[in-house]
Ligand binder design. Sequence first.
Ligand SMILES: [Zn+2]
Length: 265
Amino acid sequence: MKPIALPAMNPGPMTGEGNRTWLIPGAPAVLVDAGVGEPQHLAALRRALDDGGGTLETLVLTHAHPDHIAGAPAVHAGWPRARIVKYPWPEMDARHAVPLHPLADGDRIAAGGDELVVVHTPGHSPDHVCLWHAASRTLFGGDLLIAGGTVVIPASRGGRLADYLRSLECVLALDPAVVLPAHGADIERPAELIRGNLAHRQRREAQVIEALSSGPGTPATVAALIYERLPDPLQRLAEESVLAHLVKLEEEGRAASDGNRYRLT
Ligand SMILES: [Zn+2]
């Protein structure tokens, strides 16, 4: 399997240099994520397929965030015979006028003369999946991991930290040799990054508890104690990350909330 990175040409504050979609050429060809429908991205996909890449049979969407799914109608228009598959997230999926076929954990997708296994990895979003190629121990990681950093858990929009931590443990157990994420560079030592991410979340949780120890707080007031003030929309993401920790603490009975205000129990 020789996956080809096809940049979605959508750089921005939320996407960094922009998304990378992944073409697995061969019989059949599979595209991982749709990008946003940028003509240059679609032209590069067309060239890669024409240039011996094979026939596109399946478009797999790692999750329903716009930078991964918004281009699905454009891909559908260009390759109407390709099946579009994703793990269901009904209220988000309904926003896109394309036929979506449901995936489940453990499903197998024929790709480039081999197969990918669907690994449901909720947390960043409820519908998030990674795709596992066992022979090469390659994981298509979507937004589960990012080289040199941590991903956002958008707690007010379907993100759930407890699920995310379980998903990291699940991928750690697979012991991938490389993770090919949707943003940033290839991850060559995934176990190291995952262990680092788990430790980071634990430190962050300790900081949130510390911030609440002097009295109740909202995601914004706790974020102000933990983070340097960031420019929007990054400040909003910092508050979302704090909220993700507060929700987890509440689920575990370690904090209680009264609307937007949280206190330690
Ligand atoms: Zn995402």
